[in-house]
Ligand binder design. Structure first.
Ligand code: G6P
Length: 488
């Protein structure tokens, strides 16, 4: 049964992403329970696609999803998905794991965030080739499903590095469609991108160029993509009046480039941050901080190598060493939420974060003062509580497509919060004037920035926070989405 009369009809808009707007798990009574899918992408897209009669094509991520997908037939019932029209692909588990963990998370994520460490990595061996074949099959499954769902001339918005081949594959199946690809990550510069095997590098670029538009979070990532196309494929890059890469011409096709800097959803965040559950968590955090005179340095991340949490902790340690006046007077609230725990490198990194936090606590902690309060259990209400309380926010990724934490903190901050921000985060392009920018590798400079941030005059801090919030909400998720549709 369906509450949506034309649930089976071809759609004028199709969104394709690995992670969809809904996920399923087995409840205590044995039935399937639907939950909201995680990640910034979901908040970016969910606002609009419901009304627009869009269909969202995504992958079944776990056993619960697989069962739901199998039981549903072609599309899940909107009644079970929070109103979304969702086609969830039941890709064979081995293929999915090789494409998602093997290629997307271990290769493409590492390339675009420049995380490889020689002499051990990268290694493109026989196992890599098997995973690459799985990535191709997984992308082909998406292209097939989108080709089935899309109405004549529909607009298709393909998301992220998981689906880089989809625009090209889809163009071959359905030349009538308007196809856009959006990268939520950085794009690697050519010297780094060329580490990939030549044929793979070429396939990835040609895949994205199969669309009418390729869009990015900042002009820096768009320029890097254009440079890779020129370098690897010999493509021609056409520039606009201001010298920005505007089009890539390659092998008889023209792909327009776009930049859409996804902002924070100010209305949603302000309302959400004042609900009772957030107030409760503020009280709990205050008692953990202990004492109204103590300052707080807050960070909130998924525990990923690119987030640079360990160097952030070392910087905090250096702050306590160099400036003993902060001992007993500051608490570092660090939320490091689990991510991609199927991968050993992520599990090891999580253990390292915990180890360094413990080390700092045992080196500096006293009877009534715990220098680092590390929490690893994901809790959005508690994140908002910490944003509201924070005197300083530390956002120091090695590289980041945008980083929404940097944009969310100033929006909900109660009394103004100084932002220490990596210059390698996409958000630095928009927030750089008001944030304290740091080189994420430079632990000494980060420690100095923390000291400076703690000392910032409260009036100046509040003024800067106001300007940060305005910049952070300049392009709210709903407009980010409609701008892309219009441009397509
Ligand atoms: C981050 C990135 C997105 C990416 C997502 C995938 O949020 O910014 O570009 O799509 O991670 O995360 P997942 O948990 O699905 O692997």
């Amino acid at each position: 049964a369906s509450i949506d009369d034309d649930n089976g009809a071809a759609a004028p808009i199709v969104v394709a992403s690995n992670r969809g707007p809904v996920s399923y798990r087995r409840g205590a009574d044995g039935g399937l329970v639907a939950g909201r899918g995680g990640g910034g992408l979901v908040s970016g897209l969910s606002s609009i696609e419901r009304e627009a009669k869009a269909v969202w094509v995504c992958a079944a991520l776990g056993e619960g999803d697989r069962e739901a997908a199998r039981a549903a037939g072609r599309r899940l019932d909107p009644e079970d998905t929070g109103g979304h029209r969702v086609r969830m692909l039941d890709i064979p588990p081995g293929t999915f794991a090789a494409a998602y963990n093997g290629i997307a998370n271990s290769v493409l994520w590492f390339v675009h965030h420049m995380l490889y460490q020689t002499p051990l990595e990268p290694v493109f061996d026989k196992a890599f080739r098997e995973q690459w074949a799985a990535y191709e099959a997984y992308n082909a499954a998406f292209a097939d499903a989108v080709a089935e769902e899309a109405a004549q001339g529909a607009a298709v918005l393909v998301q992220d590095y998981h689906l880089a081949l989809v625009p090209g594959l889809l163009r071959a199946r359905r030349p009538d469609l308007r196809i856009g690809h959006f990268s939520h990550t950085p794009w690697a510069p050519p010297d780094y991108f060329r580490m990939l095997p030549d044929d793979v590098a070429g396939q990835l670029l040609r895949g994205v160029l199969g669309g009418d538009r390729a869009a990015f979070l900042t002009s820096r990532w768009a320029e890097a993509f254009a440079a890779c196309c020129a370098d690897v494929l010999g493509a021609e890059v056409v520039r606009d009046g201001e010298g920005r890469a505007a089009e890539v011409r390659c092998e008889g096709r023209v792909t327009r480039l776009g930049v859409h800097g996804l902002g924070a959803d100010g209305d949603f965040l302000r309302e959400r941050a004042h609900r009772a559950d957030v107030e409760e968590r503020m009280a709990a955090l205050r008692s953990q901080i202990g004492g109204p005179d103590r300052r707080t340095i807050v960070r909130v991340d998924r525990t990923e190598l690119s987030k640079n949490i360990v160097r952030g902790l070392h910087a905090y340690r250096r702050l306590l060493e160099e400036h003993p006046q902060w001992r007993g007077r500051v608490v570092h609230i660090a939320f490091a939420y689990p991510s991609r725990q199927d991968l050993a490198v992520y599990r090891d990194y999580t253990a390292e974060v915990e180890r360094v936090a413990r080390e700092i606590n045992s080196a500096f902690g006293t009877e009534g003062w715990e220098p680092v309060a590390l929490h690893v259990k994901d809790d959005f209400a508690r994140s908002l509580a910490a944003y509201r309380l924070a005197d300083v926010a530390l956002v120091n990724p090695i590289r980041d497509g945008m980083n929404l934490v940097a944009k969310e903190v100033p929006v909900v901050s109660d009394h103004g919060c100084a932002l220490v921000l990596s210059r390698e985060a996409g958000a630095a392009a928009e927030l750089g004037d008001e944030a304290i920018l740091v080189n994420p590798y430079d632990v000494e400079a980060t420690a100095r920035a923390l000291h400076f941030a703690l000392l910032m005059d409260p009036g100046e801090r509040a003024e800067r926070t106001k300007r940060l919030a305005a910049a952070a909400t300049a392009l709210p998720p709903a407009r980010w989405f409609t701008d892309q549709l219009r441009a397509l």
